[in-house]
Design a protein around this ligand. Structure first.
Ligand code: ADP
Ligand code: ASP
Ligand code: MG
Length: 437
């Protein structure tokens, strides 16, 4: 059994849905995870924002546009009168449910319900189309098995046992369709796995079912060696170690949700990144590959804040770093990069919601300086320290760019460099030239 996840652009139009249906019916009894059609979750987020602000006409306008789009999709996708009428009724029920939240008591529970509707609609549409085509597909509702614990982590035992039971109830089914992204929280309420979380859904399913492969189908032919949104001439990387993929996803390669790698790695299930628009392209295989001594890719993570703490008394002092780290722990803020010297330490964070309080606390241990609007540029590959020359080439590529800090040796897989936001694109392009051309 395999898990195949299709992202928003892959199911973004009636034609794309038909194309995906053709791809998924090639093999039997796989689990297919679908995202919302592209743009839908953004619209649902926008509607929620209007409702929080009490702007009900604003929410109404955005919702009406979305509804008109889905009515068009039903008409273009489905051809028999009966399935069309059934799908149209389902879409009407969904929009009526969303409108039910259009009042002054809108809260986070309503928001979660609204955000869940995109994936519920795309799976319902795919099911209707597959059935029209004579495929025996069934929906396994994510809200019936995907559950998180109080900690926010997926409840793997519950998910595995429940999903297996739901699948076993359908011995005749040729395909199982399920929603990415959505889940129930520890209190049973509708919730989600954060933006882009459908990749995580696929990985969790692959892990709990012990699947042979997790396939992430998207709009590009695999993980490229640099961010194609900013750099021209990037190329797909044929294979990555789990750790390399995790570093790239965490440090900004949008093609993969950062949480997606861990379940696959722990259960040693290969992840393949494939292009829906070019299904025969080899894509990228992520697995427990042997070290191959090569540089793989570059990624960038935005909105980073660097915090420097300079202590007058670090010389031979112990406990200073402990106190600094403890401050971040107390404020539940995770640290991305660290650089130390005899007199101080600089750390970076991406969540600055507790910045003022953190700085206030750190002032007890030393002089504190903050640099905002920074970007982490991350070079990923087999960077085991005996492989000579890679760090020199990476740093050399940024010779003309002010580099605030450098971190290397924390793992065998990455060198991170912190630069200003305005230097990001120049840094990415120069790295591609120096490392891959
Ligand atoms: P989906 O909707 O299928 O989940 P995403 O938009 O989340 O797709 O991810 C695919 C996009 O990730 C690509 O269109 C590309 O612009 C972007 N991307 C960023 N960095 C990379 C990279 N290193 N390799 C490939 N794609 C990348
Ligand atoms: N639809 C959700 C989003 O846009 C989840 C996903 O696509 O992975 O974030
Ligand atoms: Mg995505």
């Amino acid at each position: 059994m395999k898990v195949l996840k299709f992202g928003g652009t892959s199911v973004g139009t009636p034609d794309r849905i038909k194309h995906v249906a053709g791809l998924i019916r090639r093999e039997s009894r796989n689990v297919v995870v679908l995202s919302a059609m592209s743009g839908t979750t953004n619209s649902l987020v926008e509607i929620s924002e209007y409702l929080y602000k009490g702007n009900i006409p604003g929410a109404q306008e955005t919702l009406n546009l979305l509804e008109a789009k889905y009515i068009r999709v039903v008409r273009e996708l489905l051809s028999t009168e009966a399935t069309r009428a059934e799908a149209m009724a389902a879409i009407e029920r969904t929009f009526a449910l969303i409108r039910y939240f259009f009042n002054d008591n809108f809260n986070v529970d309503g928001e979660k319900e609204i955000l869940a509707q995109g994936e519920l609609m795309s799976t319902a549409l795919m099911l209707a189309y597959l059935r029209e085509q004579g495929v025996k597909a069934v929906i396994v509702p994510a809200l019936d098995y995907m559950r998180t614990l109080e900690s926010g982590e997926p409840d793997m035992n519950y998910i595995g046992a429940t999903l297996r039971r739901l699948i076993d109830l359908e011995p005749e089914a040729e395909l199982f369709i399920t929603q990415g992204y959505i889940c129930r929280n520890a209190h049973g309420g509708v919730d989600n796995l954060k933006r882009g979380g459908s990749d995580y859904t696929a990985s969790i399913i692959g892990a709990v079912l012990g699947c042979e492969e997790i396939q992430i189908w998207t709009d590009i032919d695999g993980m490229h060696n640099n961010d194609p949104r900013f750099v021209e001439g990037t190329r797909p990387v044929s294979s990555l170690h789990f750790e390399e993929a995790a570093e790239l996803a965490y440090f900004g390669a949008k093609i993969l949700h950062p949480s997606c790698v861990l379940p696959a790695k722990l259960h040693n299930i290969p992840v393949r990144l494939l292009n829906t628009l070019q299904p025969e392209a080899p894509g990228t295989l992520i697995y427990n590959m042997a070290p191959d001594g090569s540089l793989k890719a570059v990624a960038a993570k935005d909105n980073i804040t660097a915090i420097k703490v300079k202590s007058g008394r670090m010389l031979l002092a112990y406990g200073f770093l402990h106190k600094v780290f403890e401050t971040f722990e107390n404020h539940r803020t995770s640290i991305d990069m660290i650089a130390t010297s005899e007199v101080g330490v600089t750390l970076t964070i991406d969540d600055d919601s507790r910045l003022a309080a953190i700085v206030d606390d750190l002032k007890r241990f030393g002089t504190v300086t903050v640099d905002r609007d920074m970007v982490i540029i991350c070079v990923v590959g087999d960077l085991e320290w005996h492989n000579t020359g890679f760090e020199a080439r990476a740093i050399g590529a940024l010779a003309d760019i002010p580099v605030r800090m450098i971190s290397y040796g924390g793992s065998n897989y990455n060198i991170s460099m912190l630069v200003r936001k305005e230097d990001k694109i120049k840094a990415l392009r120069s790295l591609s030239e120096h490392l891959f051309n």
